[in-house]
Design a protein around this ligand. Structure first.
Ligand code: KE4
Length: 427
């Protein structure tokens, strides 16, 4: 059988790009099979190199909250493009973006733009260490904050052991400064601070986890985390690269009423172009160069095209306030999957908040990394491919979040629910 276009492209890509992809999750290693290539995207749909249309629940991992290639965002990029692509100087759009971010997220009194979520969290960690003069940081197993060395760390045998690198190439000396604790575990936090008094510069958390599947905090957990970090003089960083402007206009911190010291942002604020940002208390942010001793920089930070795209997307959120509609879409999808699994007799958890969700095939409620691993990943792989064959693209891993956009409304959500139900019935 002749190779289709995606197969031919993947064969060429594997010759020159490690694994044939520019980001590992795209290689389908977790679900098996070979990835398709996409040549266009619009609304809720992707168009593959083989001219297949797929209803997309990855939404380029979060940015496409208004659907792909939204005309307002496209027009904003085109208008900015008339004036050039990058200046390497301050530009008016950076100021407009900073004013929007600080208006949407009141805890952010000052903000610095960068070009990825990884840069945002890496810089926020360095800033917290520079501000406190402390070296240790705490993260949580299952939370992903991009691929900087200090954050590619997972717990050793016990929750309090020093982290082990999650990747080759991370020096053990770096891992020793990162403590990895179970999410949703108050005792582990108390014990970690007792074992390392006045040594912890920062706690960084995805307040709603989107990188181990979708997991929400136990009631009161985030308030506890805010209290203990305040007590310990530790900088609390909310990594809202994924949840910012998605869970609510002001992110999880608005929905939960918690004020972190620093927040990391990305994805939606770039409208699909490369972007990251970190910001928060002015007394912390003013430690950044050129004002203070913590260095951080970037050639394309505040890039005018990315700013134009992100500003258009944020203004669209302000004008349309889509969160009720996104919640309705998310619960519609949830009910369809739960009904189909009930009929089939398959145990399932479908955690969902607004336009973020995930599917764990287990009868155990998922509240942390350990319970997420109890999901049947092989069954998820079969579900993934059954859905793909029926024209629906889910995240190619049981340990990722799914995303909806306002463009899913109407025929697409109807078609997707029918396809997912059929895929479950065929398992
Ligand atoms: P980037 O460096 O990929 O822009 O952002 C890193 C990052 C930081 N914080 C959170 C909460 C994130 O979800 C991410 C990136 N998310 C992944 C999805 N699991 C991006 C997809 C990929 O790695 O290809």
């Amino acid at each position: 059988m002749s190779q289709n276009a995606s197969e031919q492209l993947f064969a060429r890509a594997r010759e020159l790009i490690p694994g044939g992809v520019n980001s590992p999750v795209r290689a389908f290693r977790s679900v098996g099979g070979a990835p398709f290539f996409v040549k266009a995207a619009r609304g809720a749909r992707l168009v593959t190199a083989d001219d297949r249309e797929l209803i997309d629940f990855v939404c380029t991992w979060g940015p496409a909250i208004h659907g792909h290639n939204h005309p307002r965002i496209r027009a904003a990029i085109a208008a900015a493009l008339e004036h050039g692509t990058s200046f390497g100087t301050p530009n008016p759009l950076e100021v407009e973006m900073a004013e929007l971010i600080t208006r949407f997220v009141p805890s952010i009194r000052k903000v610095r733009m960068c070009s990825s979520g990884t840069e945002a969290t890496m810089s926020a960690i360095r800033l917290a260490r520079g501000f406190t003069g402390r070296d240790k940081i705490i993260k949580f197993s299952g939370c992903y904050h991009g691929h900087s060395d200090s954050l590619l760390i997972k717990a050793g045998s016990g929750a309090l052991t020093h982290g082990n690198p999650d990747s080759a190439g991370v020096p053990a000396s770096f891992a020793r400064e990162t403590l990895v604790l179970p999410y949703n575990d108050r005792a582990a936090l108390e014990a970690a601070f007792a074992a390392h008094p006045a040594q912890v510069a920062s706690v960084i958390i995805e307040p709603y986890c989107g990188n181990v599947g979708f997991i929400m905090p136990d009631p009161g957990y985030l308030a506890f985390l805010r209290e203990i970090t305040r007590r310990e003089g530790t900088v609390l960083i909310f990594d809202e690269v994924m949840t910012g402007f998605r869970i609510a206009r002001g992110g999880v911190q608005e929905r939960e009423g918690i004020t972190p010291d620093l927040t990391c942002l990305g994805k939606i604020i770039g409208g699909g172009l490369p972007v990251g940002a970190f910001g928060g208390r002015a007394d912390i942010m003013d430690h950044l160069a050129p004002l203070g001793p913590v260095y951080q920089a970037g050639t394309l930070s505040g890039n005018p095209l990315a700013m134009a795209a992100g500003i258009a997307g944020l203004r669209l959120l302000e004008e349309t306030n889509p969160y009720g509609r996104l919640e309705a879409l998310g619960s519609r999808l949830r009910e369809a999957v739960l009904d189909a699994c009930r009929t089939k007799g398959i145990p399932v958890q479908f955690p969902q908040c607004g336009s973020m969700f995930s599917i764990f095939f287990t009868d155990t409620p998922v509240r942390d990394y350990a319970t997420a691993l109890r999901g049947d990943a092989k069954l998820f792989g079969r579900f993934f491919h059954g859905s793909l064959q029926r024209g629906v693209y889910l995240a190619p891993s049981a340990y990722e979040a799914g995303f909806l956009s306002t463009a899913h409304e109407g025929a697409d959500i109807d078609q997707a629910c029918a396809a997912l139900s059929a895929a479950i019935a065929a398992l």
